[in-house]
Design a binder for this molecule. Structure first.
Ligand code: FAD
Length: 403
């Protein structure tokens, strides 16, 4: 009887989990029909979320079928609604809207994350986001239509709520995008509204001077220590009583793990991520592994943990795929390890800043860092070329990728 490894999600973690599992089966001479690797996701594409602050976000996807076919992975179109770990099966809605039940022997949950939206008045109705491809496309359409509105302060003001990684990337990208839409002479104001007292609060002090230099050069204003109280079609109200009139408010208030994690275990962190063992197993649930934004995994023995990042998701995927197949083959699993950590923050037409280590020591800035960022987001994080040899070479968990 065929055994099944089921991967849920086709993001960075899901894609690499599937390829990693197929690679080990191939290496061990088990790529026959006795073990199937199947991946289920709503669409057979990789959404390149790190590029959603750029123009034309609908183009930031890459096809997955060629690479899955090359590796012998079966693709199932569907969205998982329930995970029944006691029955070792998932229930999904397929393309036709029908419920389907899929049994598994081993499961990897890799359903990623979604933007966190607190229940503030008007936030759901009146903010834009760049968290998912469709949401970024809605913002793109809105920006393109600004030129048709009467010129007012609120039309010409764009508020980005959140001065973290995503907020900084969209805010610094906007001047160039708006100039392309509204013309070189257009006058507009971009304001970052951040609750913390410092810009890039989670990035630490390391890259801050470079970030500030870029914001100053691009004319982006920051309102620090400012918590948003409510949003309406014409602007936002801040807790200190200030109001900013703006027809465009972009919310970037952090991410939360996919809600499917709630069906697996209550052992989760404050971002909803499942606490996993060093080999990415959900310790208290048999036959279930997790990778990417749904997993809280140690990256070393020094107390560092994976972030919700592409860089960690890709490598966790390779390890989870290897381990899930190793367990079926009665081979030892590998502890996930990713000691080297980098950040490369896009700062729009000013350039970028590249740091190394958890202290985020600046190694490159400006155009040099921008060239690296371009390589990362347009080449390194895309699916490998669809040849079996190339796929399996790239899927080796010991080939740590820094992106
Ligand atoms: C604007 C933006 C910029 C970013 N920039 C960077 C950056 O520069 N560097 C960096 O390292 N990270 C960056 N990130 C973070 C990075 O994109 C995520 O950490 C990464 O995508 C996580 O990968 P993942 O595979 O865990 O999840 P995702 O990429 O979110 O993929 C999840 C997958 O699961 C599927 N799925 C979800 N629910 C279901 C379901 N119920 N059933 C079946 N399938 C399901 C989805 O369709 C998707 O295919 C950025 C994120 C954003 C939004």
């Amino acid at each position: 009887m065929t055994q099944r490894i089921l991967i849920v999600g086709s993001g960075f973690a899901g894609m690499w989990s599937a390829l990693g599992a197929a690679r080990l089966l191939d290496k061990e001479g088990k790529s026959d029909s006795s073990i199937e690797v199947a991946l289920i996701a709503p669409e057979p594409v990789l959404h390149v979320r790190p590029r959603l602050h750029e123009a034309a976000p609908a183009r930031m996807t890459a096809p997955l079928l060629p690479v899955l076919e090359a590796a012998g992975v079966r693709y199932i179109q569907g969205s998982v609604k329930s995970i029944l770990t006691d029955k070792s099966c998932v229930i999904a809605i397929d393309q036709a809207g029908e419920h389907i039940t899929i049994a598994y022997d081993k499961l990897v949950l890799a359903t990623g994350s979604k933007l966190f939206r607190p229940p503030l008045p008007g936030l759901h109705e009146h903010t834009f986001s760049i968290d998912q491809t469709d949401e970024a496309s809605v913002l793109e359409t809105h920006l393109a239509r600004l030129i048709d509105l009467q010129e007012t302060t609120s039309r010409n003001t764009i508020v980005v709520v959140g001065g973290g990684f995503t907020g900084l990337e969209i805010a610094t990208e906007l001047p160039e995008r708006l100039r392309k839409i509204m013309g070189e002479k257009a006058s507009f104001k971009i304001i970052i509204v951040e609750r913390a007292q410092a810009i890039g609060p989670d990035l630490g002090p390391g890259p801050r001077p470079v970030i500030q230099k870029a914001l100053d050069a691009l004319g982006i204003e920051c309102r620090l220590g400012s918590a948003v109280m409510s949003v309406d079609p014409d602007g936002i109200d801040i807790a200190n009583g200030d109001r900013i009139d703006a027809k465009t408010v972009i919310w970037t208030g952090g991410m939360r793990a996919s809600s499917l994690t709630e069906q697996i275990s209550s052992n989760r962190d404050n971002l909803g991520r499942l606490r996993v063992t060093r080999d990415l197993r959900v310790g208290e649930v048999a036959n279930v592994f997790a990778a990417g934004d749904v997993a809280l995994a140690a990256t070393d023995d020094k107390g560092n943990f994976a972030l919700m990042s592409c860089q960690h998701a890709m490598n966790m995927g390779r390890f989870a795929g290897y381990n899930v197949a190793a367990e079926l083959l009665n081979l030892p699993t590998l502890p996930y390890e990713q000691a080297f950590y980098v950040t490369c923050l896009d700062l729009g037409s000013w350039g970028a800043v590249y740091t190394e280590g958890w202290e985020r020591e600046i190694k490159m800035e400006g155009n040099e860092a921008k060239a690296l960022k371009k390589k990362i987001v347009t080449e390194w994080i895309y699916p490998p070329s669809p040849s079996r040899k190339a796929v399996f070479a790239d899927a080796d968990p010991l080939r740590i990728v820094v992106a």
